[in-house]
Every structure is written in structure tokens, then in C-alpha cells.
Design a protein around this ligand. Structure first.
Ligand code: NAD
Ligand code: UD1
Length: 333
């Protein structure tokens, strides 16, 4: 029996593939390479010494998805594949809705047909919207502020409805906080195309000299130093969380939304300082106006993940920055 990892050549998917391979599972990856490179497969092999079966295919292509299920015995799906850039989702919403939602519908239909009813889905802390108080707890009211967030919220609802219609399903909705860092080998990590939107890749770009200076979006929030606070989580901790979620769905039925975060928040300036320490470089920055759609603070309640999965993050911010820097230095060397 194999585990199918959709979006497995992407940032979080590649680290999770390594985690499953190291734990002895047979892994099959499907990815259309729209936001990742095929070379990642070699890196995964270098790290684990193991082969991964790869299908270059789009989840929107039902025939291709059916082929994967007809050629393999798949016991569970870890579903990462999706488009994830918030700003882009505002510009091309139809593409986001089509890719993320239709892709998931087709996947679920094919899974149902092949009697594979175990899924771990990549949701996001973005579903907590703008009006909840921190720490975010799984049963808080949810909302979306952009098309990307809407796709996550809609898919959560679709998967809940699916379970109501067929109680054999077992689904974990993992709400990630802010994944950063890279594999300790420095071989895989996050390498966004073009100018990064997220904080860590931007800070790394300034540290390497590729970008001139960081714009800090607002220093007048009600936080420790006025800059935005987020729950940064090491991507390797996140990957380990998927293994625990997989074990959980294999032993239970139902749908559970679970936060994957550290429960600790760090401000933009604290991240800048930690990155400077890890890299030995100066990260130039200037204070800029707030970014539309941002909230002051976002961090997780980790109680449910600990209770259900027996999982908690172990790597601290310094380690996240060190590993990020090792990967960035390798990519730029
Ligand atoms: P990523 O872009 O690195 O990986 C996603 C992968 O999915 C890419 O390799 C891409 O080529 C592939 N893909 C996209 N659409 C596809 C399709 N229709 N068919 C086949 N493959 C397709 O992103 P990531 O950071 O690894 O995120 C993985 C998942 O986690 C996404 O669903 C994302 O929305 C979610 N998430 C990410 C973050 C984050 O900060 N990185 C936070 C919360 C949630
Ligand atoms: C963003 C997305 C969120 C998504 C998450 C992970 C928005 C509004 N939200 O979250 O939906 O789930 O990424 O992909 O895009 N910052 C700067 N300067 C920068 C970049 C960021 O000061 O150049 C600040 C932000 O204001 C924020 C913090 O750094 O306080 C983190 O920002 P970012 O990495 O973009 O993540 P989020 O906004 O938390």
C-alpha cells in the first residue's frame, strides 16, 4: 500500500515526502510542476536514499488522476496541491477557485471510486479571518478575506459534507500557521519565483544582497514592538505533524480540524534579528504603512494537536533561521 502525496515536489510536500520515506512508507507524488521543479525528486532521493514514484499530472485531469489510482494501491492521500499566493488570488480568482476546488473535487471523486477514504488536507490559519482573538482555537468562527482563503474555507466545508454523506471517510484538516525553514541538509527549501511576498524569503533575499531592503508593514500594532506577530513553524516540524495526522486518520473516521503551529508568536523585528544572528548578515529595513488585510497577531492554540496527535513543534526560531539560511546560501552559491 502506498501514500499519495499531491503537490509533493512543492515546499511543504517535499519535506513531508522525506518524512514518510524515512518512516518506511511507499510514497507516490503527483504534481503538475506549476510551482516546483522536477529536480526536487533527485534531492529527495539524495536525502532518503529511496525512490519515489512520480506522476507529472494535473489534478484537474481526471483521466490522469484515475490512472494513478488504477495503477497503484493507495491507502491515503496527503493533499497539498493548490495555488497559494494571496495577492495573485485577488487578481486571478477564477483560476484559484478552479484549481484548488475543482482539483480537490476530482481527487475526492476518484478516491471514492477506488474506496480510498483517508485524507490529510492542507488548510491554513487564514480561515480564522480578521476578528478572532489569539490564540486561535479550532472551534472559533471562520471567515475569509481573499479568494485564496475562500478556497481553503470552501474545501473544509466540502470535506465536512463529504463525511456527512459517507461516514467511512476520515479527514484531517490541518491549519498551518507560518511555515519557514528548510531541511537540515540544505537541499530542499522554499524557493519562490520572482519577488517574494512572505516575510522569510524576503528577509533571506535582503541578507544575500539580492533585494535592497525589507519593508516592515506597520509598527503601530498593539504588539511587543508594534510590528506584526506570527506563529512561525519549522517546515520539518510541520512535516512530522503530517505523519501524526496520517496515523490518526488511519485509526479513526470523521473530520477533524487541527492547528499546526508552535503556539508562540514573534514580531517582524524579532524575526529580522534572529535572521541576522543566523546569517551573520545585516538585514536592512524601513518602516512602511500597514499591508491591507494584515492582522496584528496570529498564533495557534496547540492543545488539540497535542491531544489528538501527540504532536508538538520542537524547533525554535533560531533553528528556523539557521536552516533557512543554509538553504538560501546553497541556492545562491
Ligand atoms: P507550493 O506551491 O510549494 O506547493 C504546492 C504544489 O502543488 C506545487 O508543487 C504545485 O506545482 C502543485 N500544484 C498546484 N496546483 C496543482 C494541480 N492542479 N495539480 C497538481 N499539482 C498542483 O506550496 P506549499 O507552501 O508547499 O503549500 C502546500 C499547501 O499548503 C498548499 O495547499 C497551500 O495553500 C497550503 N498552505 C501553505 C502555507 C505556506 O505558508 N506555505 C500556509 C498555509 C497553507
Ligand atoms: C500570509 C497570507 C496568509 C497565508 C500565509 C502563508 C496575506 C495577507 N496573508 O500570511 O493568507 O496563509 O502568508 O502563506 O498575505 N511582512 C513585512 N514585510 C514583508 C512581508 C511581510 O513586514 O515584506 C510582515 C507582515 O505584515 C506580517 C509578517 O511579516 O506581519 C508575516 O507576513 P507573511 O510572511 O506574508 O505571512 P502572513 O501575512 O502571516
Amino acid at each position: 500500500m502506498a501514500i499519495l502525496i499531491t503537490g509533493g515536489t512543492g515546499y511543504i510536500g517535499s519535506h513531508t515526502s522525506v518524512e514518510f520515506l524515512n518512516a518506511g512508507y511507499e510514497v507516490i507524488i503527483v504534481d503538475n510542476l506549476s510551482n516546483s521543479k522536477v529536480e526536487v525528486l533527485d534531492k529527495i532521493k539524495q536525502i532518503t536514499g529511496k525512490e519515489v514514484k512520480f506522476y507529472e499530472a494535473d489534478l484537474l485531469d481526471r483521466v490522469a488522476v484515475e490512472q494513478i489510482f488504477s495503477e497503484n494501491q493507495i491507502e491515503a492521500v496527503i493533499h497539498f496541491a493548490g495555488l497559494k499566493a494571496v495577492g495573485e488570488s485577488v487578481t486571478i480568482p477564477l483560476r484559484y477557485y478552479h484549481n484548488n476546488i475543482t482539483g480537490t473535487l476530482i481527487l475526492c471523486e476518484v478516491m471514492s471510486k477506488y474506496n480510498c477514504k483517508k485524507m490529510v488536507f492542507s488548510s491554513s490559519a487564514t480561515v480564522y479571518g480578521m476578528h478572532n482573538a489569539v490564540p486561535f482555537v479550532e472551534n472559533m468562527p471562520l471567515s475569509a478575506t481573499n479568494p485564496y482563503g475562500s478556497t481553503k474555507l470552501m474545501i473544509e466545508n466540502i470535506l465536512n459534507d463529504l463525511y456527512v454523506s459517507d461516514n467511512e471517510w476520515s479527514i484531517s484538516l490541518l491549519r498551518y500557521f507560518n511555515p519557514i525553514g528548510a531541511h537540515i541538509s540544505g537541499l530542499i527549501g522554499e524557493a519562490p519565483n520572482g519577488i517574494p511576498n512572505n516575510l522569510l524569503p524576503y528577509v533571506a533575499g535582503v541578507a544575500t544582497g539580492k533585494l535592497e531592503k525589507l519593508k516592515v508593514y506597520g509598527d503601530d500594532y498593539d504588539t511587543v514592538d508594534g510590528t506584526g506577530v506570527r506563529d512561525y513553524i519549522h517546515v520539518e516540524d510541520l512535516a512530522a505533524g503530517h505523519l501524526c495526522a496520517y496515523s490518526y486518520v488511519m485509526q479513526h473516521t470523521g473530520v477533524e480540524a487541527v492547528n499546526l503551529g508552535t503556539g508562540k508568536g514573534y514580531s517582524v523585528l524579532q524575526v529580522v534579528k534572529a535572521f541576522e544572528k543566523a546569517s551573520g548578515k545585516t538585514v536592512r529595513y524601513e518602516i512602511s504603512p500597514r499591508r491591507a488585510g494584515d492582522i496584528a497577531s496570529c498564533y495557534a492554540s496547540t492543545e488539540k494537536a497535542e491531544r489528538l496527535f501527540g504532536w508538538q513543534a520542537t524547533r525554535d526560531l533560531d533553528k528556523m533561521c539557521e536552516d533557512s539560511w543554509r538553504f538560501t546560501s546553497k541556492v545562491n552559491s
